[in-house]
Design a protein around this ligand. Structure first.
Ligand SMILES: CC(C)(COP(=O)(O)OP(=O)(O)OC[C@H]1O[C@@H](n2cnc3c(N)ncnc32)[C@H](O)[C@@H]1OP(=O)(O)O)[C@@H](O)C(=O)NCCC(=O)NCCS
Length: 326
C-alpha cells in the first residue's frame, strides 16, 4: 500500500521573544495567571512587515534539507494558515517562490488552529490517490498582527512561527495510517473575527472597533476542545484497530496545557507520552503541530517505528487527527 511518509521536518520562529513579564508591563495581567491558566511563559513575535511566508519559507527549507529533497522536486505545497500575507495570492505561492519550488502546485488551507491537520490530510489524500509523490506541508502564522493588545483574554495566548514537513509516497507500513477531520460551523461565535472578509469590510469606522478583535468564548471553547480533540484521536485508534497503549507519542495542538492534559486524561494516556512545548512558543495556530513535531524529533522524543498521534482543534469549530508510524 502507498503511504505518505514524513521524510524531513523543519521549523522557524521569529527572533523576537516576548515574555509574560513583558506583557505585565503593557496590560493588566501576571506571569502567574498566564502560566497557571495556559502553561505559556513566552512567545515569539514577528516584526511588522514580516508575513507568514517569511516564516514558512525558512521552515520549508529546513524540512527540504532534512529530507534531502530539492525544491524543484516538490510537486505540491499545502500551507495551513489563518494569517496569510495577502488576501490573494495565497501564502503557498509566496513560499513556493521564496524556496524555488518552481514545479509545484500551491494551495492554502484555512481551518484556523486545525489548519495543519487539514493541510496534512489533504496532502496525504493526494499522495494516496497517486496524484503526487513529493509534497511539502507547511503551517505558517503571524497571528499576532490580529491581536488587540488591550484585550488580555486573547492577547496573552498567541505567538508566531512556522513548521514544515516533506511527505514522500512510499510502499510499506511507515507513514500516515489514518486521518480524521471534523467541523461544526454552528459554533462560529466561539472564536472568530468579524471584519476583514467579504461579509464585513474593514472601514474607517470599524478598524479599531470590536469587529477587528479576536472574539473568543474561552470557557465554551475549552469545554468543546477537550471533547472533540479526544474523539478525533479515538476515531484514529478505532480505524487502525489500535488502543491508547499503542501510542508512543501524542503531539497535540498547543493551545493550553490544561486542555492538552484533560484530553490526554480522557483518552487514558500518560502525561509522559504527551509532547508539550507551549511554554516557549505559545499558541502558534496552524503552525503549532509542525513546530512541535520538529522539536520532538530534534530532542529525541521520536524514534523510527514509533506510533505518533497528532490532533488539533480550532475556530470553525474544526478539529482533526492524524495517526502515523514514523
Ligand atoms: C482563555 C482561558 C485561558 C481563560 O481561562 P479561564 O480559567 O477560563 O478564565 P476565565 O475566562 O474564566 O477568567 C477568569 C478571570 O481571569 C481574568 N482574566 C482573563 N484573562 C486574563 C489575563 N490575561 N490575565 C489576568 N486575568 C485574566 C478574567 O477577566 C476573569 O476575571 P473575573 O473572574 O474577575 O471576571 C481559557 O478559557 C482557555 O484556554 N480557553 C480556550 C482558549 C483557546 O484554546 N483558544 C485557542 C483555540 S485554538
Amino acid at each position: 500500500m502507498i503511504r505518505s511518509r514524513i521524510i524531513g521536518t523543519g521549523s522557524f520562529l521569529p527572533p523576537k521573544v516576548v515574555t509574560n513579564f513583558d506583557l505585565e508591563k503593557i496590560m493588566d495581567t501576571t506571569d502567574a495567571w498566564i502560566q497557571q491558566r495556559t502553561g505559556i511563559k513566552q512567545r515569539h513575535i514577528a516584526e511588522p512587515g514580516v508575513g507568514a511566508a517569511d516564516l514558512g519559507a525558512p521552515a520549508a527549507r529546513a524540512a527540504l534539507d532534512a529530507a534531502g529533497v530539492r525544491p524543484e522536486d516538490i510537486e505540491l505545497i499545502v500551507c495551513g494558515t489563518t494569517s496569510p500575507d495577502y488576501l490573494f495570492p495565497n501564502t503557498s505561492c509566496l513560499i513556493q517562490h521564496q524556496i524555488g519550488a518552481t514545479r509545484s502546485a500551491a494551495m492554502d488551507v484555512n481551518a484556523a488552529c486545525s489548519g495543519f491537520m487539514y493541510a496534512l490530510s489533504t496532502a496525504n489524500a493526494y499522495v494516496r490517490a497517486g496524484v503526487y509523490k513529493t509534497v511539502l506541508v507547511v503551517g505558517a502564522e503571524v497571528l499576532t498582527y490580529l491581536l488587540n493588545w488591550d484585550k488580555r483574554d486573547t492577547a496573552v495566548l498567541f505567538g508566531d512561527g512556522a513548521g514544515a514537513v516533506v511527505l514522500r509516497a512510499e510502499k510499506g507500513e511507515h507513514g500516515i495510517l489514518t486521518t480524521h477531520l471534523g467541523a461544526d460551523g454552528g459554533a462560529k461565535d466561539i472564536l472568530w473575527m468579524e471584519a476583514g472578509g467579504s461579509k464585513c469590510k474593514v472601514t474607517a469606522e470599524n478598524v479599531d472597533g470590536p469587529e477587528r478583535d479576536v472574539r473568543m468564548k474561552g470557557t465554551d471553547l475549552f469545554k468543546r476542545a477537550v471533547v472533540v480533540f479526544g474523539e478525533a484521536a479515538q476515531k484514529a485508534l478505532e480505524a487502525t484497530n489500535m488502543t491508547v497503549a499503542d501510542i508512543d507519542l501524542f503531539i497535540p495542538h498547543q493551545a493550553n496545557t490544561r486542555i492538552i492534559y484533560t484530553a490526554a486524561e480522557r483518552l487514558g494516556l500518560d502525561r509522559e507520552k504527551v509532547f508539550v512545548n507551549i511554554d516557549h512558543v505559545a499558541n502558534t495556530t496552524a503552525a503549532s503541530i509542525p513546530i512541535a513535531i520538529d522539536e520532538a524529533l530534534r530532542t529525541g522524543r521520536i524514534h523510527g517505528g514509533d506510533i505518533i498521534m497528532l490532533a488539533g482543534f480550532g475556530a470553525g469549530l474544526t478539529w482533526g487527527s492524524v495517526l502515523l508510524r514514523w
